[in-house]
Design a protein around this ligand. Sequence first.
Ligand SMILES: Cc1cc2nc3c(=O)[nH]c(=O)nc-3n(C[C@H](O)[C@H](O)[C@H](O)COP(=O)(O)OP(=O)(O)OC[C@H]3O[C@@H](n4cnc5c(N)ncnc54)[C@H](O)[C@@H]3O)c2cc1C
Length: 108
Amino acid sequence: MLEILPESVRLKTPEGEKTLKNDFVFALTGYHPDYEFLKSLGIRTQDPDMRPECDPKSLESNVPGIYLAGVIIAGAKTGEIFIENGRFHGQQIAADLKAKLHPATAVI
Ligand SMILES: Cc1cc2nc3c(=O)[nH]c(=O)nc-3n(C[C@H](O)[C@H](O)[C@H](O)COP(=O)(O)OP(=O)(O)OC[C@H]3O[C@@H](n4cnc5c(N)ncnc54)[C@H](O)[C@@H]3O)c2cc1C
């Protein structure tokens, strides 16, 4: 992509420069989690997928008291967590906090 113009885009192709008429441009540039942020908290990640270390049941990371929820759990494999399964993470974390704060009343 060389340039996005109001009604066209200029492309560099093996056959030379081309201009295509267009209405919209979607910038699907990809993304990845903020690994540096995790690192700054002391959370370790595992290569090659950069999954942060956490207990699969409680979702507490290797840093006691820091829990992980949502798509971050899958590291670079962001396609593994959806709203459908990620929405249960809060429940797991709350159960662990409850057990730790009130060990006598916890149901195991
Ligand atoms: C194109 C697309 C379509 C999808 N369609 C579906 C679907 O149909 N059904 C479904 O179940 N799931 C779908 N998903 C997946 C769903 O969007 C994710 O599973 C869900 O959004 C994950 O929620 P999350 O809170 O874990 O992460 P996110 O929604 O990614 O939220 C993380 C937030 O943290 C912020 N953040 C990151 N780093 C920092 C930082 N250092 N400091 C402060 N804030 C920070 C980000 O800006 C972001 O707002 C789709 C995903 C994509 C990309």
